[in-house]
Design a protein around this ligand. Structure first.
Ligand code: CP
Length: 299
Protein backbone atom coordinates (compact mmCIF):
# COMPACT_ATOMS: atom_id res chain seq x y z
CA UNK A 1 0.00 0.00 0.00
CA UNK A 2 1.27 3.51 -0.87
CA UNK A 3 0.92 4.93 2.66
CA UNK A 4 2.86 2.05 4.22
CA UNK A 5 5.62 2.33 1.61
CA UNK A 6 5.94 6.08 2.25
CA UNK A 7 6.06 5.58 6.03
CA UNK A 8 8.70 2.84 5.61
CA UNK A 9 10.81 5.20 3.52
CA UNK A 10 10.33 8.00 6.09
CA UNK A 11 11.52 5.65 8.86
CA UNK A 12 14.87 5.48 7.07
CA UNK A 13 15.05 9.27 6.90
CA UNK A 14 14.47 9.50 10.66
CA UNK A 15 17.74 7.60 11.11
CA UNK A 16 19.51 9.85 8.56
CA UNK A 17 18.29 12.96 10.40
CA UNK A 18 19.63 11.62 13.71
CA UNK A 19 23.09 11.03 12.31
CA UNK A 20 25.91 13.59 12.14
CA UNK A 21 25.92 13.68 8.34
CA UNK A 22 22.30 14.54 7.55
CA UNK A 23 22.84 15.34 3.89
CA UNK A 24 22.44 13.14 0.81
CA UNK A 25 22.67 14.19 -2.82
CA UNK A 26 19.59 12.34 -4.02
CA UNK A 27 17.91 15.54 -5.25
CA UNK A 28 21.05 17.28 -6.57
CA UNK A 29 20.02 19.53 -9.44
CA UNK A 30 16.37 19.59 -8.35
CA UNK A 31 14.57 22.81 -7.38
CA UNK A 32 11.91 22.95 -4.67
CA UNK A 33 9.91 26.14 -4.08
CA UNK A 34 7.85 26.62 -0.91
CA UNK A 35 5.05 29.03 -1.85
CA UNK A 36 3.20 30.05 1.30
CA UNK A 37 0.14 32.32 1.28
CA UNK A 38 -0.42 31.66 5.00
CA UNK A 39 1.90 31.70 8.01
CA UNK A 40 3.71 28.53 9.01
CA UNK A 41 6.52 27.45 11.29
CA UNK A 42 6.57 23.64 11.13
CA UNK A 43 5.48 22.89 7.56
CA UNK A 44 7.58 25.50 5.80
CA UNK A 45 10.72 24.87 7.86
CA UNK A 46 10.47 21.09 7.58
CA UNK A 47 9.98 21.19 3.81
CA UNK A 48 13.01 23.49 3.59
CA UNK A 49 15.11 21.15 5.74
CA UNK A 50 13.80 18.11 3.87
CA UNK A 51 14.78 19.54 0.49
CA UNK A 52 18.21 20.69 1.71
CA UNK A 53 18.99 17.37 3.42
CA UNK A 54 18.31 15.63 0.12
CA UNK A 55 20.59 18.04 -1.75
CA UNK A 56 17.94 20.08 -3.61
CA UNK A 57 18.00 23.84 -4.16
CA UNK A 58 15.20 25.19 -1.98
CA UNK A 59 13.58 28.61 -2.26
CA UNK A 60 11.04 29.96 0.21
CA UNK A 61 8.46 32.40 -1.09
CA UNK A 62 6.14 34.17 1.32
CA UNK A 63 3.19 35.59 -0.64
CA UNK A 64 3.14 38.65 1.61
CA UNK A 65 6.60 39.60 0.25
CA UNK A 66 5.88 38.74 -3.39
CA UNK A 67 4.18 40.34 -6.39
CA UNK A 68 0.89 38.90 -5.12
CA UNK A 69 0.82 42.12 -3.11
CA UNK A 70 0.83 44.08 -6.40
CA UNK A 71 -2.23 42.19 -7.63
CA UNK A 72 -0.69 39.17 -9.36
CA UNK A 73 -3.10 36.23 -9.25
CA UNK A 74 -2.48 32.79 -7.77
CA UNK A 75 -2.40 31.18 -11.21
CA UNK A 76 -0.08 33.82 -12.71
CA UNK A 77 2.24 33.43 -9.72
CA UNK A 78 2.34 29.66 -10.18
CA UNK A 79 2.89 29.90 -13.93
CA UNK A 80 5.70 32.42 -13.39
CA UNK A 81 7.46 29.99 -11.06
CA UNK A 82 6.74 27.10 -13.42
CA UNK A 83 8.59 28.93 -16.21
CA UNK A 84 11.75 28.75 -14.05
CA UNK A 85 11.87 24.92 -14.44
CA UNK A 86 11.23 23.98 -10.87
CA UNK A 87 10.64 20.35 -9.95
CA UNK A 88 8.43 20.57 -6.85
CA UNK A 89 6.11 23.32 -5.66
CA UNK A 90 4.89 23.13 -2.05
CA UNK A 91 1.86 25.37 -1.57
CA UNK A 92 -0.07 26.56 1.44
CA UNK A 93 -3.17 28.67 0.82
CA UNK A 94 -6.09 29.92 2.96
CA UNK A 95 -8.71 28.86 0.39
CA UNK A 96 -9.86 25.24 0.20
CA UNK A 97 -9.20 23.86 -3.30
CA UNK A 98 -6.62 26.50 -4.26
CA UNK A 99 -3.73 24.01 -4.34
CA UNK A 100 -5.60 21.60 -6.62
CA UNK A 101 -6.51 24.45 -8.97
CA UNK A 102 -2.88 25.53 -9.11
CA UNK A 103 -1.66 21.97 -9.70
CA UNK A 104 -3.72 21.85 -12.91
CA UNK A 105 -1.82 24.86 -14.34
CA UNK A 106 1.79 23.77 -13.82
CA UNK A 107 3.83 20.80 -14.99
CA UNK A 108 5.93 20.25 -11.87
CA UNK A 109 4.96 18.11 -8.87
CA UNK A 110 2.73 20.01 -6.42
CA UNK A 111 2.44 19.19 -2.71
CA UNK A 112 -0.43 20.49 -0.62
CA UNK A 113 1.05 22.20 2.45
CA UNK A 114 -2.46 22.92 3.77
CA UNK A 115 -5.41 24.48 1.94
CA UNK A 116 -8.01 26.32 4.01
CA UNK A 117 -10.13 23.95 6.08
CA UNK A 118 -9.80 21.23 3.45
CA UNK A 119 -6.65 19.05 3.64
CA UNK A 120 -3.15 18.91 5.14
CA UNK A 121 -1.95 15.54 3.83
CA UNK A 122 1.68 15.64 4.98
CA UNK A 123 0.49 16.41 8.52
CA UNK A 124 -1.63 13.25 8.49
CA UNK A 125 1.35 11.26 7.18
CA UNK A 126 3.67 12.55 9.90
CA UNK A 127 1.00 11.86 12.52
CA UNK A 128 0.68 8.30 11.19
CA UNK A 129 4.45 7.80 11.35
CA UNK A 130 4.52 9.13 14.92
CA UNK A 131 1.71 6.80 16.03
CA UNK A 132 3.15 3.80 14.17
CA UNK A 133 6.57 4.20 15.79
CA UNK A 134 5.04 4.38 19.31
CA UNK A 135 2.22 1.85 18.96
CA UNK A 136 3.72 -0.50 16.36
CA UNK A 137 0.90 0.01 13.85
CA UNK A 138 -2.34 1.86 13.13
CA UNK A 139 -4.85 -0.89 12.47
CA UNK A 140 -7.17 -1.59 15.40
CA UNK A 141 -6.30 1.59 17.33
CA UNK A 142 -8.98 4.01 18.52
CA UNK A 143 -7.99 7.62 17.85
CA UNK A 144 -9.94 10.55 19.32
CA UNK A 145 -9.65 13.82 17.35
CA UNK A 146 -10.82 16.60 19.65
CA UNK A 147 -11.80 20.23 19.29
CA UNK A 148 -12.39 22.52 16.34
CA UNK A 149 -13.04 19.84 13.73
CA UNK A 150 -15.12 22.21 11.59
CA UNK A 151 -12.16 24.40 10.59
CA UNK A 152 -9.47 21.71 10.70
CA UNK A 153 -7.70 20.46 7.58
CA UNK A 154 -5.58 18.33 9.90
CA UNK A 155 -8.70 16.50 11.09
CA UNK A 156 -9.96 15.84 7.54
CA UNK A 157 -6.65 14.44 6.33
CA UNK A 158 -6.24 12.33 9.47
CA UNK A 159 -9.76 10.91 9.16
CA UNK A 160 -9.02 9.76 5.58
CA UNK A 161 -5.67 8.26 6.47
CA UNK A 162 -6.69 6.59 9.74
CA UNK A 163 -9.82 5.06 8.19
CA UNK A 164 -7.74 3.79 5.27
CA UNK A 165 -5.25 2.18 7.65
CA UNK A 166 -7.90 0.41 9.72
CA UNK A 167 -8.00 2.65 12.80
CA UNK A 168 -11.26 3.67 14.45
CA UNK A 169 -11.82 7.43 14.60
CA UNK A 170 -13.85 9.33 17.18
CA UNK A 171 -14.51 13.05 16.77
CA UNK A 172 -15.06 14.99 19.99
CA UNK A 173 -16.19 18.61 20.14
CA UNK A 174 -19.09 21.03 20.58
CA UNK A 175 -21.92 20.85 18.02
CA UNK A 176 -20.94 24.31 16.73
CA UNK A 177 -17.49 23.00 15.74
CA UNK A 178 -18.57 19.84 13.89
CA UNK A 179 -18.90 19.87 10.09
CA UNK A 180 -22.37 19.32 8.60
CA UNK A 181 -21.10 16.28 6.66
CA UNK A 182 -19.82 14.49 9.78
CA UNK A 183 -22.33 11.64 9.29
CA UNK A 184 -20.61 10.68 6.03
CA UNK A 185 -17.05 10.71 7.37
CA UNK A 186 -16.92 7.16 8.76
CA UNK A 187 -16.39 8.32 12.35
CA UNK A 188 -18.15 8.21 15.73
CA UNK A 189 -19.14 11.63 17.09
CA UNK A 190 -19.13 12.67 20.75
CA UNK A 191 -20.15 16.00 22.26
CA UNK A 192 -19.20 14.82 25.77
CA UNK A 193 -15.39 14.65 25.94
CA UNK A 194 -15.36 12.32 28.93
CA UNK A 195 -17.48 9.73 27.11
CA UNK A 196 -15.48 10.14 23.90
CA UNK A 197 -12.11 9.60 25.56
CA UNK A 198 -13.06 6.33 27.21
CA UNK A 199 -10.48 3.64 26.33
CA UNK A 200 -8.92 5.48 23.38
CA UNK A 201 -5.31 4.78 22.36
CA UNK A 202 -4.51 8.21 20.95
CA UNK A 203 -5.81 11.67 21.90
CA UNK A 204 -5.22 14.15 19.08
CA UNK A 205 -6.02 17.73 20.10
CA UNK A 206 -6.85 20.48 17.59
CA UNK A 207 -6.23 24.20 17.78
CA UNK A 208 -9.18 26.58 17.96
CA UNK A 209 -8.81 28.32 14.58
CA UNK A 210 -10.00 31.83 15.37
CA UNK A 211 -8.69 33.11 12.04
CA UNK A 212 -11.14 30.91 10.09
CA UNK A 213 -14.20 31.67 12.25
CA UNK A 214 -16.92 33.87 10.83
CA UNK A 215 -19.15 34.63 13.84
CA UNK A 216 -19.31 33.31 17.38
CA UNK A 217 -18.76 29.59 17.86
CA UNK A 218 -17.89 29.47 21.58
CA UNK A 219 -19.43 31.15 24.64
CA UNK A 220 -16.00 31.69 26.25
CA UNK A 221 -12.49 30.23 26.25
CA UNK A 222 -12.81 29.41 29.96
CA UNK A 223 -15.98 27.36 29.35
CA UNK A 224 -14.40 25.70 26.29
CA UNK A 225 -11.42 24.53 28.33
CA UNK A 226 -13.71 23.24 31.06
CA UNK A 227 -15.66 21.02 28.65
CA UNK A 228 -13.18 20.29 25.83
CA UNK A 229 -9.69 21.16 27.07
CA UNK A 230 -7.41 18.17 27.67
CA UNK A 231 -6.30 17.97 31.31
CA UNK A 232 -5.15 15.02 33.43
CA UNK A 233 -8.64 14.46 34.82
CA UNK A 234 -10.12 13.87 31.34
CA UNK A 235 -7.03 12.02 30.11
CA UNK A 236 -7.51 9.48 32.93
CA UNK A 237 -10.52 8.12 31.00
CA UNK A 238 -8.35 7.08 28.04
CA UNK A 239 -6.26 3.89 28.14
CA UNK A 240 -3.39 4.08 30.68
CA UNK A 241 -0.87 4.09 27.82
CA UNK A 242 -2.79 6.54 25.62
CA UNK A 243 -0.59 9.12 23.92
CA UNK A 244 -1.23 12.83 23.38
CA UNK A 245 -0.78 14.59 20.04
CA UNK A 246 -1.25 18.12 18.70
CA UNK A 247 -0.26 19.34 15.21
CA UNK A 248 0.74 22.76 16.56
CA UNK A 249 0.70 25.63 16.99
CA UNK A 250 -0.79 25.01 20.45
CA UNK A 251 -2.94 27.36 22.47
CA UNK A 252 -1.93 26.32 25.98
CA UNK A 253 -4.79 26.64 28.46
CA UNK A 254 -7.36 26.77 25.62
CA UNK A 255 -7.46 23.27 24.10
CA UNK A 256 -4.70 21.67 26.16
CA UNK A 257 -3.30 22.01 29.67
CA UNK A 258 0.36 23.01 29.64
CA UNK A 259 1.53 20.14 31.90
CA UNK A 260 -0.27 17.58 29.72
CA UNK A 261 1.31 19.03 26.57
CA UNK A 262 4.79 18.79 28.12
CA UNK A 263 4.36 15.31 29.66
CA UNK A 264 7.52 13.53 28.53
CA UNK A 265 6.00 10.06 28.93
CA UNK A 266 2.76 10.61 27.07
CA UNK A 267 3.02 13.64 24.83
CA UNK A 268 4.28 12.95 21.28
CA UNK A 269 4.09 16.59 20.20
CA UNK A 270 7.86 17.00 19.78
CA UNK A 271 8.14 13.65 17.98
CA UNK A 272 5.47 14.87 15.54
CA UNK A 273 7.73 17.78 14.61
CA UNK A 274 10.71 15.46 14.14
CA UNK A 275 8.67 13.06 12.00
CA UNK A 276 7.54 16.01 9.86
CA UNK A 277 11.01 16.41 8.38
CA UNK A 278 11.37 12.68 7.64
CA UNK A 279 7.93 12.36 6.06
CA UNK A 280 8.53 15.40 3.86
CA UNK A 281 11.88 13.96 2.75
CA UNK A 282 10.03 10.77 1.77
CA UNK A 283 7.44 12.80 -0.17
CA UNK A 284 10.13 14.75 -2.06
CA UNK A 285 12.06 11.54 -2.73
CA UNK A 286 9.02 9.67 -4.12
CA UNK A 287 7.65 12.59 -6.14
CA UNK A 288 10.94 13.26 -7.90
CA UNK A 289 11.66 9.63 -8.81
CA UNK A 290 9.52 9.78 -11.93
CA UNK A 291 10.82 13.13 -13.13
CA UNK A 292 13.42 13.47 -15.93
CA UNK A 293 17.01 13.50 -14.67
CA UNK A 294 18.27 17.10 -14.78
CA UNK A 295 21.37 16.52 -12.63
CA UNK A 296 24.78 17.45 -14.11
CA UNK A 297 25.57 13.75 -14.69
CA UNK A 298 22.07 12.87 -15.92
CA UNK A 299 21.12 12.12 -19.53
N1 CP B 1 1.02 21.83 11.91
C1 CP B 1 1.26 22.85 11.08
O1 CP B 1 0.82 22.86 9.92
O2 CP B 1 1.99 23.85 11.64
P1 CP B 1 2.46 25.19 10.89
O3 CP B 1 1.22 26.01 10.66
O4 CP B 1 3.44 25.84 11.84
O5 CP B 1 3.08 24.79 9.59
Amino acid sequence: MEITALLDLADGYVEQNRSVDKRKNLLRGRTVINLFFENSTRTRTSFELAGKRLGADVINMQASASSVQKGESLIDTAMTLNAMHLDVLVVRHPESGAVKLLSEKVNCAVINGGDGSHEHPTQALLDALTIRRRKGGLSGLTVAICGDVLHSRVARSNIHLLNTMGARVRLIGPRTLMPAEVGRMGVEVYHDMRAGLEDVDVVMMLRIQNERMRGTFLPSIREYFHFFGLDYEKLALAKPDAVIMHPGPMNRGVEIDSDVADDVERSLIREQVEMGVAVRMACLDLLTRGLPDTSPTGA
